[in-house]
Design a protein around this ligand. Structure first.
Ligand code: FAD
Length: 260
């Protein structure tokens, strides 16, 4: 049986970073990822403190050299109103800028850096069961392999492997929300439009329905709407539903008039 100090479930940003940090501590780490990379994930606009974590893991140079969209703040709009915050306008020390990233590429860069540092990664392999024994855990994988680990780290994100296994899931007290999102060629040609900021827009009528517009460095952007299903459902397919809501927001309609 393969024996390790730590088995990490999932090779998203959490999994690749925790694997690299533990590997730096001279622990024997294996990271198990159920997908084949690159794979699509949502969550593309980083916060400046991510830079500290990427630096500590030894990933920052690789991320900086890819050419992701520079990000220095966030802008907010409602109807014709617009405000922005520059993350460098602050009184504390630390990074004030970061990136907006296509996660398929970003996550692959991170895990490849972890592999270069010596972390063993098994892609296309899901953690299927975990048996807790006295001094170690036995982790059963989809490729029929069993790994003996002193510790496990659950970095499975939306997979929530351990909470599901241990019955720790708690119903959120917030109302349930749905998101419709995609990547588009934005063709934004407004001279004053600031690609360096995420643009968060609230719906002209329903203030609890909101949109994100996250520009990338290649002329494309991520666009999405979030809200309660009852406010988003217009009995149309997903693409028409997203378009319908985006074009209700005057600033988004103007900016994305030529988008494809
Ligand atoms: C609509 C929406 C918008 C968002 N926007 C932003 C944003 O702008 N900025 C931001 O910072 N965050 C954003 N987020 C949050 C962001 O998506 C997550 O915080 C982030 O992806 C978490 O990374 P992670 O590494 O923890 O998990 P993930 O990226 O989810 O990675 C977990 C990995 O575990 C793997 N896995 C799951 N189950 C198993 C298993 N049984 N065995 C092996 N592997 C398994 C999965 O395949 C996956 O690769 C957004 C989230 C949503 C829903």
């Amino acid at each position: 049986m393969h024996c390790v100090d730590v088995l990490v479930i999932g090779a998203g940003p959490s999994g690749s970073i925790v694997s690299a940090l533990l590997n730096k501590q001279k622990l024997k780490v294996i990271c198990v990822e159920k997908e084949k990379f690159p794979r699509f994930v949502i969550g593309e606009s980083l916060l400046p403190n991510c830079m500290n974590i990427l630096r500590e893991a030894g990933f920052l140079k690789a991320v900086e050299s890819y050419g992701f969209q520079y990000k220095n703040g966030a802008a907010f709009s409602w109807r014709d109103e617009y405000r922005y915050f520059d993350f460098c306008d602050k009184s504390s020390s630390g990074d004030g800028t970061t990136f907006q990233v296509q996660r398929a590429i970003f996550d692959e860069i991170l895990i490849n850096e972890a592999i270069k540092q010596g972390v063993e990664v098994n892609f296309n392999t899901a953690v299927e069961d975990i048996v807790f024994l006295d001094k170690y855990v036995e982790v059963h994988l989809s490729n029929n392999q069993t790994i003996k680990a002193k510790y496990i780290v659950d970095a499975s994100g939306y997979g929530r492997v351990l909470p599901r296994k241990l019955g720790l899931e708690v119903q959120s007290s917030l109302s349930s929300k749905k998101a419709y999102f995609t990547h588009i060629q934005d063709n934004i040609n407004e001279i004053l439009y600031d690609r360096n900021k995420i643009l968060i827009t609230t719906h002209p009528e329903f203030r609890d329905v909101w949109f994100w517009l996250i520009p990338f460095s290649n002329g494309r952007c991520s666009i999405g709407v979030v809200g309660e299903e009852s406010k988003l459902n217009i009995n149309a397919n997903d693409e028409d539903t997203l378009k319908h809501h985006v074009y209700l927001a005057p600033m988004l309609k103007r900016l994305l008039n030529n988008a494809s």
